[in-house]
Design a protein around this ligand. Structure first.
Ligand SMILES: [Fe+2]
Ligand SMILES: [Fe+2]
Length: 271
């Protein structure tokens, strides 16, 4: 079994397709991942399953790889039990999670914005420019830069999970570029498509970070490193050159606007 723990998961799934179903049962979705270089042992470690579930999962995988044989599963690492229903983050990681909250509030409004796209009036165009500014300045230059320039440097940047995160950031930037070009051409359909695609991308991306990546990183950072991260993030906050409050106000204003509330809840044909 040791040999399989050190094998790439894609290779194992190619050889034993049923392994993917077993991983899915435990909420570990490796099938859609495009990179596929994670080793089985890393996947098990990163998802931090309770000990009994980890043993059960490994036993099921062993049953597929070595049918009918009694395979001994090596004990997993000692786990820090998470509070029921709640993930405990270190202070710097909590900052990133809080930044996600504001980004999620904006992307939740995107379907209503798309259904009301008005590229003819100055007000309508300004709304899109403000939304794109929030994506570029707050989500990308501020938040993603903290991840790419600081946090990810503490880990192996060639690891699959980080490659996926980098790819998502790059895809997000490509959507923004396409949004600006579509806005220039007053091409509503393309602008709407890229806004919605960005929403979908970031929704999944934030979920991966909040639920899998950050908790795993927290488990692997030393107390000294957590302190370092905290002070490096504070430096970014001081130097950033804009107040994140501006974006909080942008989102709050949209949320308060009854018009959006009505469109958000209305069925498509009534819009
Ligand atoms: Fe990210
Ligand atoms: Fe993030």
């Amino acid at each position: 079994m040791e040999a399989f723990l050190n094998k790439g998961i894609k290779e194992i799934i190619d050889q034993y397709p049923d392994v993917e179903k077993i991983l899915d049962e435990y909420g570990i979705g490796c099938g859609p991942c495009s990179v596929g270089i994670c080793e089985l042992k890393d996947i098990v470690d990163i998802h931090n399953l309770p000990d009994d579930q980890e043993q059960e999962l490994m036993q099921k995988i062993a049953g597929i790889i070595y049918p009918g044989q009694d395979i001994k599963i090596p004990p997993g690492k000692k786990k820090t039990p998470a509070a029921a229903g709640e993930i405990k983050y270190s202070p710097p990681m909590k900052q990133l999670v809080d930044e996600h909250v504001l980004i999620k509030r904006w992307i939740a409004l995107i379907p209503a914005v798309v259904n009301n796209l008005d590229l003819e009036s100055g007000e309508g165009r300004q709304l899109i420019l403000d939304g794109i500014d929030m994506i570029r300045s707050y989500a990308d230059r501020y938040h993603h830069a903290k991840e790419e320039d600081i946090l990810f440097k503490y880990f192996d940047e060639k690891s699959e999970i980080l490659q996926v995160m980098y790819e998502d950031h790059t895809t997000g930037r490509a959507h923004v570029k396409a949004m600006l070009e579509a806005l220039d051409r007053k091409d509503k359909a393309t602008l709407g498509e890229h806004l919605l695609a960005y929403r979908e991308l970031l929704t999944e991306h934030i979920k991966k970070e909040d639920e899998i990546l950050y908790p795993w990183m927290d488990r692997n950072l030393s107390t000294t490193q957590v302190g370092e991260l905290f002070s490096k993030f504070s430096e970014v906050d001081e130097k950033i050159g804009f107040s994140p409050d501006k974006y909080e106000q942008f989102v709050a204003k949209l949320e308060e606007d009854q018009k959006w509330q009505i469109f958000k809840d209305a069925p498509d044909h009534a819009r």
